[in-house]
Write a protein that binds this ligand. Structure first.
Ligand code: SF4
Length: 205
């Protein structure tokens, strides 16, 4: 059986292994309100092309597929000629067992620079596996801020959404350096109508 990877067009066609958004994103829920955090209210992976069945189907397949025994070796084989790999163009590592398997893939592919954005650091049970991933030279784990207006916790978050590229502040680096462990916070200018509405509400609050 082969694994199903997708191309991230925003990132020069770098390959990604993804799951459907929200369904696998426990970190998208605001623990105080029970609603979605701002960044997930405007999530690009819940709109546009991501609603098409041909985009959703491989992500549903992946949710079942990672459980099989030879998934790790198949992923390693699939990354044979890759130099960069993005985990979760959409979705998140919703299971510690999945995170352990991702870690195995990372350790077995030292020639690949892995970038993994996540909100699962909010849950203590992920602390140990995330620490193991972070100890690898070829892995950049970035905790995503829930803000859409550029707020983040220094030393914790590794990426944040900003309303436009003009809103970049000291300490942030605009996109493109996600794989570089030495870059502490990546800023993503927002895009899409849904996100624009979420930002208007957040700025007015
Ligand atoms: S965690 Fe990421 S993929 Fe999931 S809903 Fe939030 S922004 Fe979208």
């Amino acid at each position: 059986m082969t694994v199903k990877l997708s191309k991230t067009s925003k990132l020069d066609g770098i390959m990604s292994w993804s799951l459907n958004a929200l369904d696998t994103c426990q970190g998208s829920i605001d623990s105080k309100t029970g609603g979605l955090v701002d960044a997930c209210k405007g999530c690009y992976a819940t709109t546009g092309n991501y609603r098409f069945s041909n985009v959703k189907a491989p992500r549903e397949f992946n949710k079942r597929d990672w459980i099989r025994d030879d998934w790790v070796s198949d992923m390693v084989q699939a990354l044979d000629s890759s130099r960069y790999f993005r985990w979760f163009d959409s979705g998140d590592m919703y299971s510690v067992d999945l995170a352990e398997k991702i870690y195995q893939v990372m350790t077995l592919t030292p020639w690949v620079k892995h970038w993994i954005p996540t909100r699962m650091e909010k849950f203590p049970k992920y602390k140990a596996i995330i620490a193991k991933m972070r100890a690898l030279d070829n892995v950049s784990v970035r905790f995503s801020s829930d803000s859409v207006t550029g707020e983040y916790e220094n030393g914790l978050h590794g990426s944040v959404i900003i309303p436009t590229s003009n809103d970049i502040k000291d300490g942030m680096t605009l996109c493109r350096a996600c794989y570089d462990k030495d870059v502490s916070v990546i800023a993503y200018p927002a895009h899409g109508k849904t996100m624009a509405k979420v930002i208007r509400i957040a700025l007015a609050a």
